[in-house]
Design a protein around this ligand. Structure first.
Ligand code: 11C
Length: 345
């Protein structure tokens, strides 16, 4: 069976990875529409050796589309996802527009694939930093129970789009050459101030909320509870941007319900967990690195240690390509699950 597919935001950092992933996975495509905002319409992109002209996304674009992968920003999703659904498409939305809507499943296939059955047309793809964390934590939850999660992130600039990558590269060059420069995009395009990202670490991703957390931090906390069906999970996040092009890293501390698991038991569990590659051999300096995860679909886990004070406390380092498992691959994986579960009409 083949499907009529649309990619919305095809020219963006995630959109480009979506096309690459659909191609690599050989997703069964009967027809493909590449859509974007007015600004990027007219660009020509290649898919499986064939050229496609990107069209401006309008409500009518979705006539005859069965599955639409959206990654063109929250406002585009809010305006057009319901229009796509009205025309019979199932939407996999990679923005935060619908994630916390109780009528919208928020899905990471390794964790809660069966939530797809409850969909009402829109399925939300979680935030990149949330996805890689829950892939590693779900097997631990299943085996030992999970009480508490404290995460600090070390996030790549590609999470903020192609312009942010460009800004980091240009700033690095300007600093090395001794040129003046004015930060214009990071930490957040829409905020009042902008800071240097090159040779820096910036503890702000997305806008601050009234409670002192940023929206990125709130996404990690709220989405984790929703995906894992654990409204009572204690979870706190601190999200930091680093001058890394691609690959988010996370230092994660957890407390399990049942204490007593050895580090070796957790390593063995990670080795057999779907979507996880264990890279953990301190004696040989083996641990996950952002530079090594780029272009790979898995979540890489290492540095697993027992907390020295708490028998049910563990520390680990979780790394993944934020544009792949964090975005494009998870979206395409959802599309594959929908096809497998016979949910695509
Ligand atoms: C970042 N996590 O790294 C963000 C990007 O809600 O899908 C993804 C934003 C989102 O900047």
């Amino acid at each position: 069976k083949q499907f009529h597919v649309a990619v919305v935001g095809a020219t963006g950092a995630v959109g480009q990875q979506m096309l690459k992933t659909l191609e690599e996975r050989d997703f069964p495509i009967a027809s493909l529409k590449l859509l974007s905002s007015k600004r990027s319409a007219g660009k020509v992109l290649t898919f499986k050796g064939k050229e496609y002209t990107v069209e401006e996304a309008t409500p009518e674009s979705f006539e005859g589309v069965q599955i639409a992968l959206f990654s063109a920003g929250g406002s585009v999703s809010k305006a057009l996802a319901p229009e796509a659904v009205k025309r019979g498409a199932i939407v996999v939305d990679n923005t935060s527009a619908f994630r916390m809507d109780p009528n919208v499943p928020l899905v990471v296939p390794e964790v809660n694939e069966s939530d797809l059955k409850e969909h009402n047309g829109i399925i939300a793809n979680p935030n990149c930093s949330t996805i890689q964390m829950v892939v590693a934590l779900e097997p631990i939850r299943q085996q030992y129970g999970l009480k508490k999660v404290i995460v600090s992130t070390y996030q790549a600039v590609s999470g903020a789009g192609l312009e942010a990558i460009e800004e980091m590269k240009q700033q690095t060059k300007d600093i090395l050459e001794g040129n003046e420069f004015t930060p214009e995009i990071l930490p957040v395009g829409g905020d009042k101030k902008h800071y240097q990202i090159a040779f820096n670490a910036v503890p702000q991703i997305d806008l601050f909320q009234d409670n002192g957390y940023t929206f990125e931090e709130m996404k990690m906390m709220n989405e984790t509870k929703k995906i894992m069906h654990m409204a009572d999970l204690e979870v706190a996040a601190t999200c930091v941007r680093l001058p890394v092009e691609t690959g988010h890293s996370e230092s994660v501390y957890i407390e399990t319900e049942k204490g007593g698991a050895s580090v070796q038991e957790l390593k063995t569990l990670m080795e057999s967990s779907p979507g996880v590659t264990l890279q953990d051999d301190p004696a040989n300096q083996l641990y996950p690195l952002a530079s090594e995860c780029v272009g790979k679909n898995d979540v890489f886990v290492g540095r697993i240690r027992k907390d020295l004070d708490r028998d049910n406390g563990y520390h680990m380092w979780i790394v993944s390509d934020n544009l792949l498992k964090g975005a494009a691959w998870n979206s395409v994986q959802i599309a594959e699950s929908l096809a497998k579960l016979n949910l695509l009409k």
